[in-house]
Design a protein around this ligand. Sequence first.
Ligand code: ARG
Length: 475
Amino acid sequence: MARKSKKPGPQVSGPGIKGIRGGRFKAGPADVMREINASIDFDRHLHAQDIAGSKAHAAMLAKTGIISQEDGDAIIKGLDSIAEEIESGDFEFSQALEDIHMNVESRLGDLIGAAAGRLHTARSRNDQVATDLRLWVRDALDRLDAEIQGLQAALIGRAEEHAADVMPGLTHLQGAQPVTLGHHLLAYVEMLGRDRSRAQDCRRRLNECPLGSAALAGTSFPIDREKTASALGFDKPMANSMDGVSDRDFALEYLGLAAILAVHLSRLAEEIVLWCSGPFSYARMPDAFSTGSSMMPQKRNPDAAELVRAKAGGVIGALGALLVVMKGLPLAYGKDLQEDKVPVFETAETLSLSLAVMAGMVSGMEFDTGRMKADAGGGFSTATDLADWLVRELDMPFRDAHRVTGRLVGLAEEKGLSLDGLSLNDMQSVEKGITEAVFGVLGVDNSVTSRDSFGGTAPERVRQAVSAARKRFLT
Ligand code: ARG
C-alpha cells in the first residue's frame, strides 16, 4: 500500500552545483569531458516538456504518498517559477550541470531547499529524457501538420486559378502530353496529404509514456504510471521499462517522414527553379522571394527554392545520423542516446522554415500561361490524342494506331511541321482512312479537355479535385 501523506522530510542539502557527482567522485571532470558530456546547449529546448514531466511526476508522488503533499506542492510551485524564469530569459543555464534535467533540479534546490531533493524519487534521467523527447516530438508533429496544411492551402488556391491553363506535361523531362497547371500543382497537394497522414500515424504510435520506467528496470516505489501518463496527455504508459528508456523509434519515424516530406519539397523547389529559369520562363518569382547577383545586374535568382532543394540533404542526413546512432546499441540506456536530439531539433527548424518559404513562393509566383501554352503543343505532344482517335474512329488496335502515328510524327518532323500542320493529303499518304475530323483532336485545349477520367487533367476534373481537396485537407 502507498504510504499516506508524509511530513516534509529532514533538511538535507538540495541537489546543488555538485549535482550527481557529489557523492561518488573526488575530482571534477576534465574540461573536455565536461564539454563532450554536457547537452545543455541543445537540450534546453526541452525545458517546457521537462518541467511538465516533473510536475506530473511530483503530483503523482504526492498523490500516492511517496512524498508529502506539502513537498509535492512546494516542488510544483518551484517548477512553475522556473518555467517563468526560462520563458523570460532570466534563467542561467550551467554547463557544469550537464543537461536540462540537472539545471532545473538544481535551480529547484535554490528556490525551495531540501524538498527539491525528493523530486527524483522513483525516477531516472533515462525515463525523464525519453518522456521529454516524446512530448517534444508530439508538439513538433502537431506544428508540422498545420505548416504542411498552409502549403496545401497555397497550392490549392493556385490550382483553382489555373484549372484550365495548359502547360507541357513532361516525362524524362521531355514534352509528353499537355496537362493543366492546376493538375500539376494538385499532385503536390496529394503528396503533402500523405506526409500529413504519416505524421498523424507517427503521433498515434508515439503517444505512450515512458515515465516510471526509471533507470531501466522499473521501481520499488508504488508509483501510478497511469496517472502520470494521462496527466501528460499520453494514451497509456509504455508496457516495458527497458523499451521505454532505450528506444527512439518514434524519433526515427519522425525523421523518416520528415525526410520524405523534404524530398517532396525539393521536387517542387526544383520545378520552381526550372520554371523561373530563362529557357523555361514559365514563372516569375515575386521580389520578396528573389535575390540579385553581386555582379550580373540582370539576375533575379530563385535562391529560396534552391535552398529548400538543398536543405533536403540535411534532413535526410539527420535520419541517417540517428539510424546509425541506434544501430547495434545494446539495451538499455547508453549515452549515445543523448545524440538523438540535435537531428530532431534541426529537422523541425528546417521543415518549418522550408514550408513557410514554399507557401510564400507558391502564393506569390506569377505564371506566364501564354508561354506555357505555346510550349504545350511542341514536341508532338498530341500524338497520343491522334493514336486514340485512330482507335476510336477507325477501330484500329492501339498497337497499330501507335505505329501509324509514329510514321506521321516522322513525316511531320521531316517537313519541319507540327502534327496539325500536316495536310489531310499528308495524313492519308500514311493512313487512307483518316478524315478532316482528326484535326479536332490535335489542339492542346482539346487534348486536356478530353482527359476527363477520374484523376485526370481535364479542367472540369481539376475543378472537382480542388473542391474535394478543400474538404479533405483544409477543413
Ligand atoms: N542528457 C541525457 C540524455 O540526453 C539525459 C540522460 C542521462 N542519463 C544517464 N544515465 N547518464 O540522454
